[in-house]
Design a binder for this molecule. Structure first.
Ligand code: TRP
Length: 449
């Protein structure tokens, strides 16, 4: 499509909804509460909030600025910034690693989202009285996993194929308010149940002795990067669709705050729900630790729903709809990464590009279903614990060193003419050059030991 006009978000709100749609996903509603349960409750929440604002927000700004400055996908952007040939090649290589990482993340994300679709459909089938179908959807099988992941992938491909405004922005704007409503309704219900107060206590009263635990810090950093969709060019390409007159630091702050807010709210749902389940006789501890991970979402919570009768079916329906919607507005942002590369550097049109990229990624999902052990854990670790933080460092270095200070200032002045006198401009550039990459590297090295 070379030469054709690029897509752009139609308004500030459109961008915020699309970017928070990307950020708010399974990482918030599943990952954050289960990580919190696993890492001693409130101590994790505290470290998470600190790291999110000190490391993830600056890294998000790096991606948004590079994106809007270059108006291109991650490969063309990083490949076009350096002046020397070696620098350019390194940029292209880093960009390609980003595209592969985004694709691999989408590969496993679709599988997990498929489980959510299966649970959602199972509740629908139960309501409709189709018990046989509900049973099939509820029980893990290769056919169910592939089928449900395929449905989810087709939705993702279709929305991305529609374009930036008509697909991504329009659907994020429809689904995000719905997501918030569902979340608030579920919280209200759970809070009124016996046992909820105990869950709140575990969630909100920190055990300060755990705050400096290395393991906890790494999990919190990984969680913050994953949750803000950082390190793979997602926020970079969304940044490239922001109109020039918008104020980037404010937009980035809004996205960070909303993302943290929704994660916090999801904690208010899941942790109390665990203790409500305990009141109902469900075992929620395993070897002295709170149950976390897939067991929590796919077994403990459904047992809670079962104790609630018909209300339980409605509750479960809303809960899995919430997770499916959250996953969809995130998966479109992942598919946008390879799609935008294909659209901007080949002759493919957007629709064909999104089918091609989505099709290839679905093959990875199929491989993950078939060889779940050991492939799944391997792909999750390689992408989220290695690739994302390392690319995060590269992106900070590009924003801090490769784009000149004058160019940075010029870019930030669009939408904020007085930025030169702001705290942001005093703190952010040196922070981006030295502290941010060093701190991410330190946390990363710590995790290798
Ligand atoms: N942030 C999303 C979540 O919390 C997932 C996500 C979307 C993502 N795009 C990404 C994660 C890019 C890493 C990279 O679920």
């Amino acid at each position: 499509m070379k030469g054709q006009a690029r897509g752009e978000f139609s308004s500030r709100l459109g961008f915020i909804l699309a970017a928070t749609g990307s950020a708010v996903g399974l990482g918030n509603i599943w990952g954050f509460p289960t990580n919190t349960a696993e890492n001693g409750g409130a101590a994790f929440l505290l470290v998470y909030l600190i790291l999110a604002f000190c490391l993830a927000y600056p890294a998000l700004m790096a991606e948004l600025i590079i994106g809007r400055h270059c108006r291109a996908n991650i490969v063309s952007a990083l490949g076009g910034l350096p002046s020397g040939k070696i620098g350019r090649n390194l940029g292209v290589a880093a960009g390609l690693v980003g595209v592969f990482t985004a694709s691999a993340i989408l590969g496993f994300y679709s599988l997990v989202a498929g489980w959510m679709v299966a649970q959602l459909a199972a509740q629908g089938a139960t309501l409709a009285g189709a018990d046989g179908l509900a049973d099939w959807l509820d029980r893990q099988s290769l056919a169910r996993d592939m089928g449900c992941a395929l449905i989810f992938t087709v939705f993702t491909i279709t929305l991305v194929g529609e374009g930036v405004k008509e697909g991504i922005e329009r659907w994020s704007s429809r689904l995000m308010p719905l997501l918030l409503l569902l979340l608030l309704a579920l919280i209200t219900y759970v809070m009124s149940q016996p046992g909820a107060a105990l869950g709140l206590k575990v969630y909100l009263l920190p055990d300060i002795s755990r705050v400096l635990d290395g393991e906890l810090i790494i999990s919190a950093l990984g969680q913050a990067f994953f949750s803000l969709s950082l390190g793979v060019g997602t926020m970079l390409i969304y940044g490239s669709y922001i109109p020039r007159e918008e104020n980037l630091p404010t937009l980035g702050a809004a996205v960070t705050l909303i993302d943290m807010g929704v994660a916090f709210l999801a904690g208010l749902l899941i942790l109390p729900a665990l203790f409500v389940a305990q009141q109902g006789g469900v075992e929620i501890y395993q070897n002295g630790e709170l149950i976390a991970g897939p067991t929590l979402i796919l077994q403990v919570l459904p047992t809670l729903f079962d104790t609630m009768g018909t209300a339980g079916i409605i509750f479960a329906l809303a809960f899995f709809a919430l997770l499916t919607i959250a996953a969809l507005t995130s998966s479109i942002s992942m598919l946008e990464v390879p799609t935008s590369l294909l659209v901007e550097s080949t002759v493919l049109e957007r629709r064909s590009a999104s089918w091609l990229a989505g099709g290839v990624i679905f093959m990875l999902t199929v491989a993950l279903v078939i060889w779940f052990d050991p492939l799944f854990a391997l792909v999750v670790t390689a992408t989220t614990e290695y690739s994302e933080p390392l690319l995060g460092i590269v992106l900070c270095l590009f924003a801090g060193w490769v784009i000149s200070r004058n160019k940075l200032l010029e870019e930030l002045r669009h939408g904020n003419p007085d930025i030169e006198h702001s705290y942001f401009w005093k703190i952010w550039p040196p922070y981006m050059r030295f502290f941010c990459p060093l701190l991410i590297a330190a946390a990363f090295i710590q995790s290798l030991r």
